[in-house]
Design a protein around this ligand. Structure first.
Ligand SMILES: C[S@@+](CC[C@H](N)C(=O)[O-])C[C@H]1O[C@@H](n2cnc3c(N)ncnc32)[C@H](O)[C@@H]1O
Length: 196
């Protein structure tokens, strides 16, 4: 399914992968960089999202929309929509262009703002990808987990690349009776939590 993606999505992904690669080499300031997931993480998330139970599919931290394209593939394959949150205006502008170019506007809703102000409104979460500033992880986790349906997945990126910053989130999930969790050593390290 993800091996034969539409040309528009594939070419847009390639364009973003090239910008991200260049950003990391040329000293682009951190907040301007796309800081997106590598392709193997995208494929991993799409496979997980395609197997999530019925409910809402959300993403916290859109940047230019690269990971959202992978999730949009899963949503399209399973007849759902993705809602993705981005706080920075310039990234929202880039993500809009990404979704238009890739032809996924029919399955993606982009919300401009701090996700923490909106998450209480999502009461039946089936899949959540958390990829925001690390200081926001604990708060986002606590806002999302109570609203996850049984069998829902929360995936949080960077738990190996930012091990020190996110150790409390990983430890908290391991001790949380509401979820089963494991760290998958894919890309920058993805914490997977499944609602019991
Ligand atoms: C690591 S980047 C996301 C990369 C993206 N998921 C991808 O792989 O293509 C983090 C993004 O989250 C945004 N962000 C950080 N905190 C946020 C919050 N509380 N709500 C919404 N967006 C946030 C940042 O502005 C930044 O664009």
């Amino acid at each position: 399914m993800f091996n034969t993606m539409p040309n528009g999505i594939q070419s847009t992904m390639k364009r973003l992968e090239e910008i991200d690669r260049r950003d990391r080499l040329d000293g682009t300031p951190r907040l301007q960089r796309l800081r997106q997931i590598p392709p193997e993480t995208g494929r991993f998330l799409a496979i997980l999202a395609a197997n999530a139970p019925d409910g809402e599919c959300i993403e916290i931290g859109t940047s230019a929309g690269y990971s959202a394209l992978w999730l949009a593939l899963a949503c399209r394959a399973t007849g759902r929509r993705l809602t993705t949150f981005e706080v920075l205006e310039e990234k929202v502008y880039m993500a809009k262009e990404t979704f238009r170019e890739a032809g996924v506007e029919d399955v993606v809703t982009l919300i401009h703002g701090d996700a923490r102000h909106f998450l209480r409104d999502y009461a039946r979460v089936a899949f959540c990808f958390l990829d925001a500033e690390k200081e926001a992880y604990s708060e986002c986790y606590e806002l999302v987990v109570p609203n996850m349906v049984s069998g829902a997945i929360l995936a949080a990126d960077n738990v190996i690349s930012h091990q020190a910053d996110l150790a409390c989130v990983v430890r908290g999930a391991a001790a949380d009776g509401r979820v089963d969790s494991v760290v998958a050593p894919i890309g920058k390290g993805v914490l997977i939590c499944r609602k019991a």
